[in-house]
Ligand binder design. Structure first.
Ligand code: CTP
Ligand code: MG
Length: 227
């Protein structure tokens, strides 16, 4: 079976406003709830682990308890970095979870189809991540702000979530990162250090992460179009 971990314990600095952006309402529904409801529509996903700040655990448990259309869930406390939040979530994995998905709670526009495709590819290849071809030209720069070189755009993808892995691969990657004090910005970067294969799955340009205030309007526009 598949279990999914949802990091939601960040400080929403770029959003501002002092509130966890995962509680902001998108077309009348909190971002976090919308994300969890979509994952609950996926037959193979059997368990949800939500990671939030210590002072938000009770609030989140209350919100989730009031929602009937969710797969079984648990809420736990996060850490100072996204990676530490997920490491805490990993401690709650059910024993029979063979595939683990990690998905930013702040990506509420994720589709059932992308989740299914990431699960399929993770089963087949051991690891899979949602991504889209880079739209912009990306440059590697030095610390003084000068361009070093330009990797060909055709070789670049912008990485999203979900990121899915066979259980033993993800656990081993997190153990290695902790032992070596490696801090990555996504889960795949930890798995890459094992030399394991990771397949790219098209996540679609609508699978945005709610990061800055204008993302709420963008997400509401995408939602209206979906209906
Ligand atoms: N996250 C987390 N624990 C952290 C940091 C981030 O669980 N210590 C979660 C966020 O809540 C979010 C997801 O990881 O759902 C993606 O992170 P990001 O978009 O960077 O959210 P924040 O860190 O909250 O935002 P910012 O970087 O602007 O402060
Ligand atoms: Mg952050």
């Amino acid at each position: 079976m598949v279990a999914a971990i949802f990091p939601a314990a960040g400080s929403s600095t770029r959003m501002g406003g002092g509130l966890n952006k995962n509680f902001l309402e998108l077309a009348g529904e909190p971002v976090l709830l919308r994300t969890l409801k979509t994952f609950s529509l996926v037959a193979r996903v059997k368990f949800l682990i939500v990671v939030v700040a210590a002072h938000e655990v009770a609030t989140v448990e209350k919100i989730l308890s009031a929602e009937k259309n969710l797969k079984p869930w648990l809420v736990t406390v996060g850490g100072s970095e996204r990676q530490y939040s997920i490491a805490n979530g990993l401690k709650l994995l059910p024993e029979d979870a063979e595939i683990i998905l990690v998905h930013d709670a702040a990506r509420p526009l994720i589709s059932v189809q992308t989740i299914d495709e990431v699960i399929d590819a993770a089963e087949k290849f051991g690891g899979a991540i949602a991504a889209v071809p880079a739209k912009d030209t990306i440059k590697i720069v030095d610390a003084q702000g000068f361009v070093k070189f330009t990797p060909p755009r055709k070789d670049l993808v912008a990485v999203q979530t979900p990121q899915g892995f066979r259980r033993e691969i993800l656990l081993q990657a997190y153990e290695k990162a902790a032992a070596e004090n490696f801090l990555g910005t996504d889960d795949a970067s930890l798995v890459e250090r094992l030399g394991a294969q990771i397949k790219i799955v098209d996540g679609g340009y609508c699978n945005i992460k709610i990061t800055t205030p204008e993302d709420i309007s963008v997400a509401e526009t995408f939602l209206r179009r979906k209906k």
